[in-house]
Design a protein around this ligand. Structure first.
Ligand code: AQP
Length: 333
């Protein structure tokens, strides 16, 4: 608890410009949540996590700053929510090391994200990629988070966080709050436009596979036009038609209507018209965010102040937990 409020932590990696998937699956829900004054929210730009995959340094710096501005442009108020760079709070790396010593190889071996990512980056299967969930556990436990909004893909990491925290508390007493998954808002899972059986990812090498939040209208329309569908020629919402299903999911998430309402609206239409409607809806939704982003990009002093103040705030709470942990394990503090 912070000032009588429950604590929530979430974040994204600064591995590229975030996509419509990251927005509809996570960021949009965070913005909705920030109206809830009973919760104190921490939103990290998880740059330490980003380097588990090789990054170009200049790009990483640029992407991290862009991500922070996109959080704000999407509607997260940085005066109310603590928005910070993970690498600005050394306690994350310190606690991760300590927790590594309370985590078993067998537990890490079971993590499916490691299996997926190591298959994708076979030339760079580093130990950071392997122990990624321990750093994520440190991120969450440092802020004594009560809630962590997670998609299905991250559920395994939350479970391991709970296991590590319970193990540590079992040895040393109540040090960590045991976090729960936040299920209040279920974010849509948005799939790749080029392979609708895979999720849309910001690090996808095919630029047509994802919509970046900073894509202009022409680009958005072109990408939807090229979206992979099927050759049936009729609109239906079914797992057998993943391309069409994904377009309908995107449309519903952006407009706030139900699948049934969308199906009524598109009744009798062809794929071309559907793609056009979805493109228009997405481009329209992103206009205010992109305008705000442009303003923020021109206000360096404001962004610098936010970065500094929020890093201090995050470090204050993180260091409180870290001191407690160090004392418990027997370090001289
Ligand atoms: N396609 C998606 N649909 C819905 N939600 C998604 N998220 C990611 N992709 C989709 C959610 O976005 C948040 C940010 O996740 P992350 O940056 O920590 O890493 P990720 O899940 O691995 O996202 P990407 O875009 O696929 O990144 P890369 O390409 O770097 O691996 C999470 O809450 C996630 O659930």
């Amino acid at each position: 608890m912070i000032d009588g409020k429950k604590v929530m932590l979430s974040g994204m990696q600064s591995t590229g410009i975030i996509t419509l998937g990251n927005y509809l699956g996570a960021l949009k829900n965070w913005v909705d949540l920030s109206d809830d004054d009973s919760i104190k929210c921490f939103y990290g730009i998880m740059d330490l996590h980003s380097i588990t995959v090789r990054q170009d340094p200049a790009e990483l710096r640029k992407n991290a700053r862009t991500l922070l501005m996109l959080y704000i442009a999407a509607g997260l108020d940085p005066e109310k929510n603590c928005i910070f760079f993970q690498s600005h709070v050394p306690a994350h790396a310190e606690l991760a090391w300590i927790l590594n010593c309370y985590t078993y190889m067998g537990e890490m071996n079971r993590m499916t994200q490691f299996k997926d990512k190591s298959a994708k980056h076979a030339d760079n299967i580093n130990t950071g990629l392997f122990t990624y969930p321990v750093l994520m556990a440190a991120d969450i436990l440092l802020y004594q988070a009560d809630y962590v909004p997670v998609g299905k893909d991250q559920m395994q990491h939350l479970e391991i966080t709970r296991d590590i925290a319970n193990r540590f508390n079992g040895i040393y007493g109540d040090v960590f709050t045991i976090p729960e998954g936040y299920v209040g808002q279920t974010g849509a899972k948005i799939m790749s436009l080029q392979d609708p059986t895979k999720k849309m990812s910001k690090s996808d090498e095919n630029p047509n596979a994802s919509i970046s939040l900073l894509d202009d209208k022409d680009t958005i329309m072109r990408k939807f036009k090229k979206a992979v569908t099927d050759s049936d020629g009729f609109i239906a919402y079914s797992d057998d038609k993943p391309g069409i299903k994904n377009l309908i999911d995107i449309y519903c998430a952006v407009t706030g209507i139900t699948v049934e309402e969308a199906l009524n609206e598109f009744d009798g239409m062809g794929y071309g018209v559907l793609k056009e409607h979805v493109g228009e809806a997405v481009a329209g939704k992103l206009v205010p965010l992109q305008e705000r982003f442009k303003e923020l990009s021109q206000d360096k002093a404001y962004i610098d102040r936010i970065i500094k103040e929020n890093a201090e705030q995050a470090a204050y709470y993180a260091n409180k937990t870290l001191r407690k942990v160090k004392k418990k394990v027997g370090f001289i503090i």
